[in-house]
Design a protein around this ligand. Structure first.
Ligand code: ADP
Ligand code: MG
Length: 731
């Protein structure tokens, strides 16, 4: 009997919800306790220092070392009060997650050997040189200069985790190339601010700043820790590489929004308390579609901070889950046959005057601005649809996209019937018809009902990767384990560049003597026409859409290594270089890293799959087969050959069936190993990734199919790996 599995199941069943006590009655009492936020700064920093820091962050003024010293001193005092003994520069390398190296505050007060003191200077706060040679850089640091620096991001507050003061930083090379995901994001956000502000000023000269907002929705699975430990595939790759579908799955759709199981409810509460301590405004929690799948979403916030908070919450989730005897699965597709996990990125732009630019206005003038941003965004998404897809594509996310559950692997925009009607009207209007300048010299679009209509925003389309949802766009193709930076950098840059173009086109018309409103309207109209192909409100999962999308000239590539290449297409290079967000060298190096990462992921999965096949599955199947053979022998001895033939017919058939499956598994694993060997010697990363995609990956399905068949045949008591019903329904 497979004792490990059954013990794990038994233990899991026995587990009770862990009691969780709120840190305080009111969330606001402890909200942001571990964050060096504005309120904390007011207590620990001189007023002039706060002002200088603000100017540096918001206006890009230089931050002198003496100001940095002041900030460091206040930060140190605050962090030590919270129990910090160490500090770290926290950065976001090109692979998954975050990286950090911890240093203690201690130093000699003077010469070596003298008294030890806690020391933290502005220099240490502002810049570090981690030994980062092991971080992927796609060749940048070998071609230029080996050193990499982390530099303090003053726009994202430091925080304390356990005994460590954590400082969000960017990671750059000696020659200034970005080696991380944060630096390009900050450049993109800065650029979209400038571009959108200029456009807003055409409508309202009081606008001085535009902020990009992000509200992510984090989906995840929880699996009992004991069961997790007995699934090497989950532990090593984050997903199950085998496992027959459970008899009950998500068919009844009874999990979605159902009542939260008690152990999970405790986990969620605990997680929220932690989130609040870190100033993460967790707002909604609920079950998701698949069994044991859940979601956490905070209130949206400024994009850069929101990205950091998401990275932090992913780390916190992992820790909190352990306290409750769970493991959290952030992989995009941990289980075949049930929904995978995404991270919808709700995105919008808003002004410092309090206007959300994607929210329809109340006056025709406000609506002209609204339509300007809608049309510009559509045009940008249309132009860069391949890039946007590349920005979210990974080995993991490929399992989810286009798999009839998540957005398809074609980027399109859903606008809903109301906005579609508005855009159609703009498209068809001859300028004179649509623009009625009334006596107040305001523009009449003839669409006064927009605000009311939007109060009743019932128009939903779950199959769209980029959907307008009333006051924002929801980029749904982002994967659950992803760093949102990639998607946000691509989207904000694309929209920003289009806003710049928009302004230039309008200005050119005005220079020719066309009235401002008319000029704006004409450009909008052209954009609506140009971007029509990106608009799709139908079923994104249908086969017809794939055919239609190809006809429309949208990017329909499905191979991950080839999708990634969109970053270095002519239009992407032009986009990133003209906006200054990324250089061509950076773009190429990033692709190298992505291909390398892709290869490594598939390689690890292939190894684990091979190992499990040979060391778990085949031995178990063979043992069961021996048992059957034994029975056949004994039957013959007792009943004689003639009678035994009939009695043993079923067992004999099973014995043969098992042989067939095990021999296919064995030979396919061998073929997969051979394919890997061939792929491994390919020199160029892209070609290697293509080889892994085309000649290694296809073996997975074949091997899995036979293993899953064996799971149905072999005695349940002998099966060593926890089954889907156990992984998905025990909590
Ligand atoms: P749903 O699951 O229906 O999409 P949720 O409430 O789970 O909705 O998530 C919506 C997310 O969108 C939240 O994080 C919310 O704060 C965010 N959001 C709302 N308005 C905006 C906006 N204008 N810009 C960016 N994010 C927004
Ligand atoms: Mg959503």
């Amino acid at each position: 009997m497979s004792s490990l599995r059954f013990n794990a199941v038994e233990e899991a069943f026995k587990k009770k919800a862990v009691e969780v006590i709120a840190p305080s009655k009111l969330t606001s009492d402890y909200y942001g306790k571990y964050v060096f936020n504005k309120a904390t700064m007011a207590k620990f920093l001189p007023k002039a220092t706060i002002k200088a820091l603000k100017n540096a962050t918001e206006k890009g003024e230089t931050l002198t070392i003496s100001i940095a010293d002041d900030v460091a001193a206040g930060m140190k005092m605050w962090a030590i009060e919270l129990g910090a003994t160490h500090y770290t520069h926290w950065f976001q390398p090109l692979t998954d997650g975050t990286a950090e190296k911890h240093d203690s505050f201690i130093d000699y007060a003077g010469a070596p050997g003298e008294a030890i003191i806690e020391d933290f200077s502005g220099k240490l706060l502002a810049q570090q040189e981690p030994d980062a040679s092991s971080f992927p850089n796609g060749g940048i640091r070998s071609t230029f200069e080996a050193r990499g620096y982390t530099a303090w991001d003053t726009s994202s507050p430091a925080f304390v985790v356990d005994d460590t003061l954590v400082i969000p930083t960017i990671f750059i090379s000696y020659t200034g190339e970005s080696l991380d995901l944060k630096a390009p994001l900050l450049k993109a956000l800065n650029y979209v601010d400038k571009a959108a502000t200029a456009v807003c000023q055409m409508f309202d000269p009081n606008v001085k700043k535009v902020v990009a907002y992000l509200g992510w929705e984090q989906e995840y699975f929880l699996v009992d820790e004991g069961l997790f430990a007995t699934r090497p595939d989950l532990a090593l790759t984050g997903r199950t590489l085998m496992g027959h579908e459970s008899a009950k799955n998500q068919q009844l759709e009874d999990h979605y929004f159902g009542s939260v199981p008690s152990r999970v409810a405790s986990f969620m509460k605990d997680l929220e308390f932690e989130a609040y301590k870190y100033g993460i405004p967790a707002k909604t929690r609920h079950n998701e579609v698949a069994p044991n799948q859940f979601e956490l979403a905070p209130i949206f916030g400024e994009c850069n901070l929101s990205v950091d908070q998401n990275l932090l919450i992913m780390a916190i989730m992992k820790r909190v889950a352990r306290r409750h005897g769970f493991r959290v699965l952030l992989h995009e597709k941990p289980f075949a046959g049930v929904n995978g996990s995404g991270k919808h990125n709700n995105w919008s732009l808003g002004t410092d005057t309090g206007v959300i630019l994607y929210a329809p206005g109340k006056t025709p003038e406000e609506n002209l601005q609204f339509v300007t941003f809608i049309a510009t965004t559509l045009k940008a998404v249309h132009k860069h649809n391949a890039l946007l897809k590349a920005s979210i594509m990974t080995a993991q996310n490929a399992h989810r996209l286009g798999a009839n559950e998540a957005p398809p692997a074609i980027i399109s925009a859903f606008m809903g019937t109301q906005i579609s009607a508005v855009l159609d009207k703009i498209e068809k209007s001859t300028t004179d018809e649509a623009i009625i300048i009334n006596e107040k010299k305001k523009l009449e679009l003839g669409i006064p009902s927009i605000p009311e209509v939007f109060l009743d925003n019932t128009d939903r389309n779950r199959t769209s990767p980029f959907a307008f949802t009333g006051n924002r766009f929801e980029f749904r193709a982002v994967g659950s384990s992803a760093n949102c930076s990639s998607a946000m950098t691509a989207l904000n840059t694309a929209v920003a560049a289009q806003l710049v173009e928009f302004k230039a086109e309008v200005d050119a018309k005005i220079a020719k003597g066309i009235a401002k409103e008319k000029a704006i309207f004409e450009v909008i109209k052209q954009y609506v026409i140009d971007a029509k192909a990106i608009r799709f409100d139908g079923n994104g999962y249908s086969e017809e859409w794939k055919v239609e999308a190809a006809k429309r000239g949208l990017d329909c590539e499905t191979s991950v290594p080839k999708i990634i290449e969109a970053y270095t297409s002519k239009s992407s290079v032009e986009l990133f270089t003209t906006t200054g967000v990324m250089s061509e060298v950076e773009l190429h190096s990033r692709n190298e890293v992505k291909w390398e990462t892709y290869v490594k992921k598939i390689q690890i999965e292939a190894r684990v799959l091979g190992d499990l096949s040979i060391n778990h599955i085949i031995p178990v199947a063979t043992r069961y087969q021996s048992l059957l053979l034994d029975n056949v022998y004994k039957t013959k001895a007792v009943f004689g050959a003639e009678k035994a033939e009939k009695i043993s017919a079923m067992n004999l058939a099973l014995i043969e069936e098992i042989s067939e499956h095990t021999s296919v598994i064995k030979s396919t694993v061998e073929a997969m190993v051979e394919a890997r060997k061939v792929a491994n010697v390919i020199e160029h990363e892209k070609d290697k990734a293509i080889a892994y995609n085309e000649s290694v990956l296809p073996f997975f399905d074949i091997i899995r199919k036979h293993i899953d068949q064996l799971e149905l045949i072999v005695d349940d008591e002998m099966w060593t790996l926890p089954k889907y019903r156990e992984l998905l329904f025990i909590r």
